[in-house]
Ligand binder design. Sequence first.
Ligand code: UD1
Length: 356
Amino acid sequence: MPETVLVTGGAGFIGSHTCVELLAHGYEVVVVDNHVNSSPRALDRITKTAGRPLAGAYRVDVRDRRALSEVFTAHPVDAVIHFAAHKAVGESVALPVEYYDTNVGGTCALLAVMHDHDVHRLVFSSSCSVYGEAPTVPLTERSPVAPTNPYAHTKLACERILRDVCDHLPDMKVLALRYFNPVGAHPSGLLGEDPRGVPNNLMPYVAQVAVGRRERLDVFGDDYPTPDGTGVRDYIHVMDVAEGHRVAVAHLDDQAGLRVFNLGTGTGTSVLQLVAAFGEASGRPVPYRIVERRPGDVAELVADAGAVAVAWDWRTTRDLTAMCRDAWRFQELNPDGYAGRPPRAGGPTTGGTPCG
Ligand code: UD1
């Protein structure tokens, strides 16, 4: 019997790529998503990309315990990957209650329903933002945590809750993955990042400049203590993030309790290096100007990726060129994101339970 994995937030950027990766490796996949920040059309793209249907897809808010419980009753869930959350740092400052309610409340509701249905295996979507302003890089899982905004606080609060639950329930097996900066897209160009409104993050903004949707990029500061003065981040290809989740599911039974891992490449890239790489990958120069620093930004965040390498004998394999090339392919084929026409006709169509 193949394992069934329930993916909350499965229509989102990282969730959708993870679903494809799981389907490609023989898992049965059930998606739960309330689509407040994702398109139901991503579900069609998942099946088309994977060439296999989802076992089910439900428009459900994870805080709705009764509806979530019905999904667990309908499917033999073996493990859960919990992506569903709000993730915009700036917005979290303006809407802290909403962030705690969705991110922390949603996690508590999920844990209660998992408990009711005797499901003990969970991969949790955490964030490198829990480290805050890092005094030294690279960051290991033992580096001090010091969240600087409500979003990061909600992720750390969830990790704390997971630790307490694992201490209380010895059957629980939980992996919390702290991602660095996921970018890129599925190499088919069918799946990618489709932010609503003006993108907050660098890569989707650069892609929209290259395709002509925006005039130029504002580079937030060139006076950081970094080689070219612009901010340095650890960009990780979303397919590596997806693969990391699939490998994590396979390693859930290694040990009971909560384990925390970074998901990064260990390589730092500056804003200007990314702009140059994107220009090369797309064949289109990316016009930019230097502006003031963005409040709350830090100079450098880079992972020490050694712990997962040791624990799972697994490493990321896709470099900055692949990240830019794949992000560009998605942007070029889907200039209006999922709202536009799909890039290719034909192929298998959606199966599973209709979303609704
Ligand atoms: C942010 C979040 C992080 C989240 C990640 C992906 C913070 C502290 N962290 O990371 O929790 O996981 O987004 O959702 O906010 N930049 C520009 N011009 C732009 C946009 C960005 O110069 O228009 C620069 C930034 O100053 C930064 C780099 O590009 O140096 C990356 O920014 P961004 O993509 O927004 O990610 P982070 O801020 O690192």
